[in-house]
Design a protein around this ligand. Structure first.
Ligand code: NAD
Length: 476
């Protein structure tokens, strides 16, 4: 399969291409992806810019029809798209299908939102004058996405962008061109005018800066790593460009003595190791009070070691491979560092299985302190560490002692501690007796501190980023 770029309503090949490798079996090449150049990107920016006035004045019905078409088709093909996702990115098949379904639901949600756009009408403080406050599209938006949610993250940027009348250039991560291509192929048949959605695959370090420097691009929505995000924010600031960043996490999950042990272990197993730990909301720091600590670690260890690791498409597999060799090496190096710093490393070894893939056993590192690198830096793999604390107060302090602030969880049967944690955890999303990862599609998503910058994604809050507010005064 050749994945071409989609520019101005046409599928265009490039001189160079990149192989799309299955991380469960590196002999399985899914296809070759276009390697877009700066000239390709410039064409896509021009097409987006040219299409902007028409789409900005499209009716709510047109927007509903397009978004509903896309959502309906994704949901109808969720097994096929989920299989592609799992083959390309390595999450297990149920996880892949679940993510594809979620992408469909996001489009359906924003189809409804297209019909529900409202403004405010107020009387002026001056006699006889009326005021209308309305939302207008931002214009041309660059969407830069990571590899770990290859269909859901493009969907949660594309759907609101289209819903609120913008045009876009999607630049997906190099490792997952297949999902972006499949999504844009559906979009290409949805009735959207040419140029409203463009797809340019290629190197982020080459295309990203060009997108940000272009006068024709009005805003950038980025999800990815902290260093890339910081560079984008600085460049957007210099260009006075609207920007939204969703970046890393070092998400704490507090387990108190009064927690339901089975529930806490389930939540931590899911939060730390599902999707191979490759979730920005993964529970990577398990902060456990001392009376429950030993039993919690022993039970979680047993459950973790029982997880079936293997080829993402194989039935019964509970944890797929790591996405690529570089990420695998990073994970292994962090477990080694944690061991050298004094942590007790359980599991975490590289695995040789029937197919040649990037497999590792999940890792649990106990006896760590929050000052260790393993608790300060994002690993982005199936690696969780445990910090033993005295009581709730120390747990909250340790949970907040991080530069990140995406998601935070607590397992407790105490209403008092649950309420206090919800109010005082420094995170954009807080979970009580639920994994830190796993969120709904109709409510805002995003973090505080070093995890996010700009307005929230998803739900009705997406309008903050994808629109600009206009205040009109009229003397009738
Ligand atoms: P990454 O930063 O390497 O790449 C993300 C995207 O940015 C890719 O499309 C890449 O091509 C592009 N890019 C690279 N250099 C660029 C540049 N100089 N200018 C513009 N774009 C550039 O991240 P990744 O490895 O693909 O994804 C993993 C990271 O994403 C993790 O840190 C994870 O926490 C984060 N993530 C965050 C969220 C969230 O919502 N907070 C969700 C998923 C993933």
């Amino acid at each position: 399969m050749d994945y071409k770029n989609f520019i101005g309503g046409a599928w265009l090949a490039t001189a160079e291409s990149t192989p799309n490798v299955n991380p469960s079996d590196t002999t399985d090449i899914l296809g070759h992806a276009a390697k877009g150049t700066v000239a390709d990107l410039d064409r896509a920016i021009d097409a987006s810019h040219a299409a902007a006035p028409e789409w900005a004045t499209s009716t709510p019905q047109q927007r509903f029809d397009v978004l509903d078409f896309i959502g309906t088709e994704i949901l109808a093909r969720k097994e096929e798209l989920g299989t592609l996702l799992s083959r390309e990115e390595g999450k297990t098949l149920p996880e892949g299908i679940g993510e594809a379904a979620r992408a469909g639901q996001i489009f359906k949600f924003f189809a409804g939102e297209a019909l529900r756009q409202t403004g405010d009408r107020l009387d002026s403080v001056r006699p006889g004058v009326e005021i209308d406050i309305t939302r207008s599209p931002v214009g041309v938006i660059g969407l830069i996405t990571p590899w770990n949610f290859p269909i859901a993250i493009p969907a949660w940027k594309l759907a609101p962008a289209i819903c609120y009348g913008n045009t876009v250039i999607l630049k997906p991560a190099e490792l997952v061109p297949g999902c972006a291509h499949a999504l844009v192929e559906i979009i290409s048949r949805s009735g959207l005018p040419a140029g409203v959605v463009n797809l340019v695959m290629g190197r982020g370090s080459e295309l990203g800066p060009r997108m940000i420097d272009s006068d024709k691009v009005n805003a950038i929505s980025f999800t990815g790593s902290v260093p890339t995000g910081r560079g984008i924010a600085a460049a957007c600031g210099a260009n006075l460009k609207k920007v939204q960043l969703e970046m890393g996490g070092k998400n704490p999950m507090v387990v108190l003595d009064d927690a339901d042990l089975e529930l806490a272990v389930d939540a931590c197993l899911n939060g730390a190791f599902f999707s191979t730990g490759q979730r920005c909301t993964a529970s990577s720091r398990l902060i456990v009070t001392e009376k429950i600590h030993d039993q919690f670690v022993a039970t979680l260890y047993d459950r973790m070691m029982a997880l079936k690791v293997g080829h993402a498409l194989e039935a019964g597999i509970q944890m797929g491979p790591v996405v690529d060799q570089r990420q695998l090496e990073q994970n292994l190096s962090y477990t080694e560092i944690a061991g050298k710093e004094g942590g007790k490393v359980l599991g975490g070894q590289q695995l040789e299985l029937a197919t040649k893939g990037f497999f590792m056993a999940p890792a649990l590192i106990s006896e760590t302190t929050n000052a260790m690198r393993i608790n300060r830096e994002e690993v982005f793999g199936p690696v969780a560490s445990v910090v033993r604390v005295k009581d709730y107060d120390e747990a909250l302090y340790v949970a907040n002692d991080t530069e990140f602030g995406l998601s935070a969880g607590i397992c407790t049967t105490s209403l008092k501690y649950a309420q206090h944690f919800k109010r005082n955890a420094q995170a954009g999303m807080v979970m009580v007796n639920l994994p830190t990862a796993g969120v709904d599609y109709h409510v805002p998503f995003g973090g505080t501190k070093g995890s996010s910058f700009g307005s929230r994604e998803q739900g009705r809050y997406a309008a903050e980023f994808y629109t600009t507010v206009k205040t009109a005064y009229t003397l009738p």
